[in-house]
Write a protein that binds this ligand. Structure first.
Ligand code: ATP
Ligand code: MG
Length: 175
């Protein structure tokens, strides 16, 4: 197989555990009442670094880089509901967050440069996408804020199947 055919679309993320995922998923039906397509509950996540399409060598390089990072304990309070008109998504994120989260995202971005990948140049805004094709800011549902404590991050593969995108956790780094 050629390098190109073995390439994968990857990203690093914080991955909610079952309880947090349930709390986030519970918001979806109410949010979607104003229009938009809820993200499937199994797909809910917070991206740390989007790698895009990478070769096996680049994946190995990024995994080796991640091995050198200590996953920080993070306590997030997801209390900020926003709508981005450009990508037409509605998302939930923290209005303030620990510096350790910025440090982790920046460390992964630095790893991308070291591994020959181009990180996103926009300022890092931690968010969990809840609705796609969202026409505007949804009404604030009950069930906010959602607290999220984590001591790990994951590497995920993104694949599109017939009717949407499917994510698979490839590896987890625990504190
Ligand atoms: P789809 O693109 O099919 O609508 P998706 O955006 O959920 O689905 P991916 O495009 O594979 O799936 O993206 C995986 C994750 O990386 C998502 O959280 C997405 O928001 C984020 N992401 C995608 N592209 C970028 C980018 N250029 N910069 C930063 N983050 C990105
Ligand atoms: Mg996308």
């Amino acid at each position: 197989m050629s390098e190109a055919s073995r390439s994968q679309r990857l990203f690093f993320a914080l991955w909610p555990d079952a309880g947090e995922r349930r709390q986030l998923a519970a918001l979806l039906p109410v949010l979607a009442q104003g229009g938009g397509r809820p993200v499937p509950a199994d797909n809910l996540h917070l991206t740390l670094a989007f790698l895009g399409q990478v070769t096996p060598a680049q994946r190995q390089c990024m995994e080796a880089w991640a091995d050198t990072l200590n996953p920080p304990p993070l306590e997030l309070i997801l209390d900020r509901l926003e709508h981005w008109p450009g990508p037409r998504i509605a998302w939930l994120g923290p209005s303030a967050w620990p510096e350790a989260l910025d440090v982790l995202a920046a460390s992964l971005a630095e790893g991308m440069r070291q591994c020959g990948l181009q990180p996103d140049t926009r300022p890092y805004t931690p968010h969990v996408t809840l609705l796609r094709k969202a026409p505007g800011l949804p009404a604030v549902p009950t069930g906010l804020p959602v607290p999220w404590r984590t001591r790990s991050f994951v590497l995920c593969e993104s694949r599109s199947d017939g009717d949407g995108v499917v994510y698979r956790v490839l590896r987890r780094w625990d504190a």
